[in-house]
Design a protein around this ligand. Structure first.
Ligand SMILES: [Mg+2]
Length: 364
C-alpha cells in the first residue's frame, strides 16, 4: 500500500456533562483521528491520549507533533507492506506509543480493505461477540454509586468497575458487595497506592473482586510482584505495560495475573496482538481497556476484543455514553452486555467535520 495522504484531525466533541480533573474541568472529548489515503482506499485510525499528559507523558499536542514531524515523513509517498513494515519504519522513534498507534490503526484498516475482510478477522478474532463492562468514575456519595451501578446492570453490562483511591474508605467496596453480592466486580486504583498500603489491599481479598487494577506506581512491576505474592485478589496491570517486553518481564516475576491492553498505550494493534499472544501462552488473561475514544477508536477496540484471550469484559464506551453525538454510523451500542464486531460502521464525515478543532493535511 502506497501512503498518498494523511489527515491528522484533532476532534473535540462536547460531553453530555463535564467533569473535574486535577488540571481543571473537562467539557469535551479530545482525540487525534487519522485519515489515510492509499491508492483509492481510505481508512481511519485514532489515538486518544487525553488533552493533557495525565495518563502518560503523551497528549493530543505531542501526538500531533510526533505524527507531523517524524512518523508521517517516514511513510508518506512510500510503499508500505503493512503494519509490521510500518512499525519497523518508525522504530527509531523512542516511545510515543499513542502517536504510533494513531497511524498504525489506520494501516490495519487499509489492510482489511485490501484483503476484503473485516478488521476483526484480519486481527485473528474468532467470535465477533465481545463482552462489555462499564467503568464508573468517582461519585458524590455511596448512594449515588449504588444507583449508577443498578442502572448499568439493568442495561445488561457484564462487569462493573469502580475507581478507588486511598481517601475512599473500604466501606465503598463493602457497600457495593452488600447490595450486589453476585456481580462481576472490580476496582481500578490508577496507581494511587504504595506498597506500604499492603494491609489495606489485603483486606480487599474479602470482597471476591475480579481483579485490582494497577494499585501501585505507573512505572512499577517490582512492587506489584511483591504485592501479588501476598494478596489473593488478582492484580491487573494497565499503566505499567507499554511494550511486549514489559509484559514478558511482568509475567516472569509474577507482577500480575491479568493485563489490560489499550492499543494506544502499547503502540498499536500489532503490539496488542503480540502481548495478547504472549499472555495466552503464559496463562495470563487479558481485557480491552479504554481511553474514551470516539466511535472510530471504540470500533477498532471492539475488533481487537474478538481475540480469544480477551477473557474479561471490555471497557468499550457505546456512542451514547459520554458525548453529545458520535462520529460513526450507526451508533455503537450494546445489547445484553455484548458488542457485535461484525456490524459495519462508517465514519460520518459531516459529523467528523462538525467536531474537527484542527486539521493538518500531509500529501505525498
Ligand atoms: Mg486503568
Amino acid at each position: 500500500m502506497k501512503i498518498d495522504r494523511v489527515d491528522v484531525i484533532h476532534t473535540a466533541i462536547p460531553l453530555k456533562s463535564s467533569f473535574r480533573t486535577s488540571f481543571g474541568a473537562i467539557s469535551a472529548q479530545h482525540s487525534v483521528v487519522t485519515k489515510v489515503y492509499s491508492e483509492g482506499l481510505v481508512a481511519y485510525g485514532e489515538a486518544c491520549p487525553f488533552l493533557a499528559p495525565i495518563y502518560s507523558y503523551e497528549c493530543v499536542g505531542s501526538v500531533q507533533t510526533v505524527l507531523g514531524s517524524f512518523i508521517i515523513p517516514s511513510v508518506l509517498g512510500k510503499e508500505i507492506a503493512g503494519p509490521e513494515d510500518f512499525m519497523d519504519r518508525v522504530g527509531f522513534i523512542k516511545g510515543n506509543n499513542h502517536a504510533k498507534a494513531a497511524l498504525e490503526s489506520a494501516i490495519w484498516g487499509l489492510r482489511a480493505k485490501i484483503e476484503g475482510r473485516p478488521l476483526w478477522q484480519v486481527l485473528g478474532g474468532t467470535n465477533p461477540k465481545v463482552d462489555v463492562g462499564v467503568s464508573i468514575g468517582m461519585q458524590p456519595s455511596i448512594e449515588a454509586l449504588l444507583k449508577k451501578i443498578d442502572g448499568y446492570l439493568q442495561e445488561g453490562y457484564r462487569r462493573i468497575k469502580i475507581k478507588i483511591e486511598p481517601s475512599e474508605d473500604i466501606e465503598l467496596i463493602r457497600a457495593v458487595r452488600k447490595e450486589f453480592p453476585d456481580i462481576v466486580f472490580m476496582v481500578d486504583a490508577n496507581s494511587s497506592y504504595k506498597l506500604t498500603d499492603i494491609d489495606f489491599l489485603k483486606r480487599l481479598d474479602d470482597f471476591n473482586l475480579l481483579m485490582i487494577e494497577q494499585p501501585l506506581g505507573e512505572d512499577d512491576i517490582v512492587d506489584h510482584a511483591q504485592l501479588q505474592s501476598q494478596v489473593k485478589s488478582s492484580i491487573c496491570l494497565d499503566e505499567s505495560i507499554h511494550t511486549v517486553d514489559d509484559a514478558r518481564k511482568a509475567i516472569r516475576i509474577g507482577s500480575c495475573r491479568i493485563i489490560n491492553i489499550k492499543y494506544g498505550r502499547v503502540g498499536g494493534l500489532l503490539n496488542s496482538v503480540r502481548i495478547h499472544d504472549l499472555c495466552r501462552g503464559a496463562g495470563v488473561g487479558n481485557w480491552i481497556g479504554g481511553m474514551i475514544e470516539t466511535g472510530i477508536g471504540q470500533v477498532i477496540k471492539t475488533a481487537l476484543g474478538t481475540l480469544d484471550n480477551f477473557v474479561y469484559a471490555a471497557d468499550i464506551e457505546t456512542s451514547d455514553r459520554f458525548v453529545v453525538e458520535d462520529v460513526i454510523t450507526p451508533d455503537l451500542s450494546q445489547t445484553d452486555g455484548y458488542l457485535d464486531a461484525s456490524v459495519e460502521y462508517q465514519v460520518d464525515e459531516e459529523k467528523l467535520n462538525k467536531y474537527t478543532a484542527e486539521v493538518s493535511i500531509f500529501k505525498a
